[in-house]
Design a protein around this ligand. Sequence first.
Ligand code: HEM
Length: 319
Amino acid sequence: MAAGASRCIALLFLLALAGTSSAQLSTSFYSSSCPGVYSAVKSVVKSAIAKEKRMGASILRLFFHDCFVQGCDASLLLDDTSSFQGEKMATPNNGSVRGFEVIDAIKTTVEKACPGIVSCADILAIAARDSVVILGGPNWNVKVGRRDSTTASFSGANNKIPPPTSGLANLTSLFAAQGLSQKDMVALSGAHTIGLARCTNFRAHVYNDTNINSSFAKTRQSGCPKTSGSGDNNLAPLDLQTPTVFENNYYKNLVSKKGLLHSDQELFNGGATDSQVQSYVSSQNAFFADFVTGMIKMGDISPLTGSNGQIRKNCRRVN
Ligand code: HEM
């Protein structure tokens, strides 16, 4: 082959490689530009959880609600302004998602260590992992290299995040729309082994559904008035025993018909996912392994990389 032709092929190969690698995340992205990012994030998450244990759950949920709307790009963190509609006021988020102040505190700490290097989207991914670990769950290496969006999607937040009224088919298809399997969906739902939900989101399940343990239903009814509009924000734990410990109790609850949300109980209701729920009751290790796989896949949802997006200075607004 002529030298010119082989050089040309080598160049094409390099170009192709550059094209794909810019679209990929890696666990070593900050190893020379900001090696201190992991300890910086962890120290702030640790003190936030020490102050309020629920915060670990709230941070984990922020990552989920970010990734399901135009990918893991920190779009959820953008504040509304008079000329910008963000995602915070969308139905699944309004009066519900929390923890933004902790993300701000992490960003401030990380900016001191490495100004202009680490994206808010990566901070969310690392903080979600740290929250799981601190509350007793599995550890994993977080892929990083995401950049931050300059846009958000109010309608995406309303349409892509599953509501608690969802049936199994709807849950499955909303996850499939993100490239996540039904198996990933069941494993990721184990996040509901931590955190709290508002009466407005479990009222119909505890009053109207029949696939619920009756004494559990009564207990939850007592903290959640039947009439919509009263006590809407009263809180109950998603895992009735240990809402601040990350283990497999969530699945044990489902098998005894003590899921708090209608959507939770759908995962164990005589359908295709029953056997997976049973397997996590028998093996916490199996749950942890599949949860980690699911979190890594969720973290891979359409990231902005290379020269797309930006590294926000303040996670609440575009630069
Ligand atoms: C499968 C579909 C899902 C549905 C329908 C759903 C729905 C909900 C609802 C309605 C709440 C309570 C919100 C409130 O009352 O204010 C909640 C809380 C929560 N969700 Fe989900 N969720 C789902 C999947 C996930 C996933 C995949 C994760 C993370 C991997 C997650 C993590 C959490 C956490 C940790 C909380 C508690 C937050 C806190 O206490 O601040 N959820 N979810």
